[in-house]
Design a binder for this molecule. Structure first.
Ligand SMILES: *Cc1c(COP(=O)(O)O)cnc(C)c1O
Length: 389
């Protein structure tokens, strides 16, 4: 065990040691954790649906009637009518032929990349893609080629130099740690020119981006033909758990027939599907949630600029505040705790070395006063840390 202890000690010395906190309340903007009450800017529950009464009652009703566990994989006896209805609702929402449920986004990404691309193929990924997309390519048989963040000329150069039987261009829709948006149109143009496929993981865009929250691809005018592979997750803006792949019939059938992360795992509890049907309806209809988010983002960015700080390029509810080294990021997070505000310090290897940050996220359930409290706390306690650097 000695090498393990050494590595753990090193992580502590580098300010990269991670610790879990124990939350006692539901997820929300006001929560209880480690025996204290907090104002939280620290979840992916952007629309405030994780603890919504309509969503809870859909889940409890389904659970009372249908039990808790699904009891089997989808291809055995696990596939419940509620799963099926949710797949149809997600296909309709994203304007795609079909959708297929997965237990997590991590597994959905692994499924798509490993079952559609093989030896001799190449996966082109943005450098800042989510770890699950990078891992999927690393674990699969196809070659992984990375391009500079959001840099279409860099992607073009990589395509020029890496021939392969089949090629796919893969990106986050909204980048999970930076909050900026992928250039779907630019990717589709390159895909046409180089005869490649396009895959977008819209974990942070579904429910948030576009007029009714239909995501980054549709909001940039991308069709199923332009972007055949769309992954979305249910555990973020939709407030429940799980993920889906939406696309053409032959893609979905291939995943059902061959994707090991689909075949060899237990189906989600049907009550989670029922809850998601309810939250999807709320997400789609209650445009005020997205309007509220946009207003918070603008208030926050304006506030940062008034303090003389440079806001990141993100216009999404993910607003990173870059601090540089891990120690400063940790100290900033701790300084906000003095104001009963919860924001995580995100450190390498989740983000590149030297780009440790506070990852601030907004929810439709935040009030204008909450955003003001955050700005005041940043001004009093984080700004001085930045001046010291
Ligand atoms: C959160 C996230 C995932 C993983 O989804 P889970 O359902 O939490 O496993 C995949 N991709 C991106 C971009 C994410 O942010």
């Amino acid at each position: 065990m000695h090498p393990l202890q050494q590595a753990l000690a090193q992580a502590r010395a580098d300010h990269q040691y991670r610790q879990r906190h124990i939350r006692d309340s539901a997820q929300g903007v006001l929560l209880q954790q480690d025996g204290r009450e907090w104002l939280s800017f620290n979840s992916n529950d952007y629309l405030g649906l994780a603890n919504h009464p309509t969503v809870i009652s859909a889940a409890t009703q389904a659970m009372t009637q249908g039990g808790v566990g699904s009891g089997a994989a989808h291809l055995i006896s696990g596939h419940h009518r509620l799963h099926h209805e949710l797949e149809e609702a997600l296909a309709d929402f994203t304007q795609r032929s079909r959708a297929l449920l997965f237990s997590t986004g991590y597994m959905a990404n692994f499924a798509v990349i490993s079952s559609l691309y093989h030896k001799g193929d190449a996966i082109f990924e943005d450098r800042l893609n989510h770890a699950s997309l990078i891992d999927a390519a690393r674990l699969g048989e196809a070659a992984l080629v990375r391009y500079q963040h959001l840099d279409m000329p860099s992607l073009g150069r990589q395509l020029d130099t890496h021939a392969a039987a089949q090629r796919v261009l893969v990106s986050d829709g909204i980048f999970s740690m930076d909050g900026d948006e992928c250039d779907v149109t630019g990717m589709c143009q390159l895909a046409k020119r180089f005869d490649a496929d396009v895959m977008i993981d819209d974990a942070h865009g579904i429910g948030v981006v576009g007029e009714h929250g239909q995501g980054t691809v549709l909001s940039q005018g991308g069709s199923e033909q332009d972007v055949p592979l769309l992954v979305g997750t249910l555990g973020k803006a939709l407030g429940t758990f799980g993920a889906f792949v939406a696309g053409p019939d032959d893609v979905i059938e291939t995943l059902i027939q061959t994707a090991r992360p689909y075949i060899y795992t237990t189906a989600l509890p049907p009550a989670i599907a029922a809850a998601t049907l309810a939250s999807l309806r709320l997400a789609r209809e209650e445009d005020w949630r997205r309007e509220q988010l946009q207003s918070h983002v603008q208030t926050f960015r304006r506030g940062l600029e008034e303090m003389g700080l440079v806001a990141a390029t993100s216009t999404s509810p993910i607003q990173p505040l870059l601090l540089g080294d891990s120690e400063t990021a940790l100290r900033a997070s701790q300084a906000l705790q003095q104001h009963d505000i919860l924001v995580s310090a995100i450190r390498p290897p989740t983000v590149p070395t030297g780009q440790a940050r506070l990852r601030i996220t907004f929810s439709a359930e935040h009030s204008e006063a909450h955003i003001r409290s955050l700005l005041d706390a940043i001004e009093q306690s984080v700004l001085p840390l930045l001046r010291d650097q």
